[in-house]
Ligand binder design. Structure first.
Ligand code: A2P
Length: 268
């Protein structure tokens, strides 16, 4: 069932890179990450997404993926769902070291530091694979230049699905230069909804009830100091957006920085 992964560089359409997989790690039967080589001339801002793809039945098939690695990293990392009948992910989940992945040359996205006004505390709200752009941003020193405190919120159904997030925190703690830059500025608020765990509940419910603020020991949302980035399912984006609007924050964009931003590339 493996697609034709070997792509002759000469047969590549214009504007497409062909990169080599360097690492693959499976977390659960639904989640995995992989790393691949990074083209020397490829530039992006931490938090952006690109179109990645594979040759399927002789044709390139692409989907939008957040780049999970930071802008300074010499490789590119992606965190993906595995869907047995997903047009791309049914093939992507079989990737092995040495395989070829296609990538369109232009990155874009709204979950970038430039789209937010300066503030004190940055909340990154994510569910499931929505943590990917934040995996990039929490490993970028620029995030800590701009914010005194960064709160990575991640909610999944099961504890095993939180592992990528916990591994990222460990990596940062042990990293040669990030450990000092990040210090104790990064808080990780991880909850599950369908298993026993010390921290439970949807992030939306935990904001509404005040549980999130109590657990973190911080004041309720305040547009003067708090900033937000949101990445998750369509329903989750909509609900968090409303909660932030209710708290007096306004939505920003690359050309109009404000108090929160949403990534809509992966929904609908
Ligand atoms: P729940 O278990 O109550 O559905 P999924 O794996 O389906 O993408 O979901 C990831 C996480 O997002 C789950 O914990 C799920 O909770 C939660 N979730 C689903 N819908 C929403 C929503 N509208 N707002 C906040 N969290 C949500």
């Amino acid at each position: 069932n493996a697609p034709a992964l070997n792509t002759e560089a000469s047969a590549l359409p214009a504007g497409v890179y062909a990169e080599t997989v360097t690492a693959v790690q499976h977390y659960t039967d639904r989640l995995f990450r992989f790393r691949m080589t990074r083209p020397a001339d490829f530039r992006f801002r931490s938090g952006e997404f690109v179109m990645i793809g594979l040759m399927v039945d002789g044709k390139p098939l692409y989907r939008a993926y957040s780049i999970a690695s930071p802008a300074w990293d010499e490789e590119l990392e992606f965190f993906s769902i595995k869907v047995s009948d997903g047009p791309l992910t049914q093939h992507l989940q079989n990737l092995k070291v040495g395989d070829t992945v296609l990538m369109r040359k232009k990155s874009t996205g709204t979950l970038v530091n430039d789209a937010l006004l300066p503030g004190k505390r940055l909340y990154m709200f994510s569910t499931g694979t929505g943590i990917a752009p934040f995996a990039s941003l929490i490993r970028d020193p620029e995030t800590y230049e701009k914010f005194e405190e960064v709160v990575l919120c991640h909610t999944c159904r099961e504890v095993a699905e939180l592992k990528y997030g916990f591994d990222l925190i460990e990596e940062i703690k042990n990293h040669e230069f990030l450990a000092e830059i990040v210090g104790d500025k990064l808080k990780h608020y991880a909850t599950v909804t369908r298993e026993d765990y010390p921290f439970q509940g949807r992030i939306t419910d935990n904001i509404r009830s005040g549980k999130m603020f109590a657990d973190l020991g911080v004041a309720p949302l305040d547009p003067a100091v708090d900033r937000g980035m949101i990445c998750g399912s369509a329903a989750m984006l909509k609900e968090i957006k409303q909660l932030l609007l209710d708290a007096g924050l306004t939505e920003g964009a690359n050309n109009k920085p404000a108090e929160f931003v949403i990534e809509r590339a992966f929904v609908d």
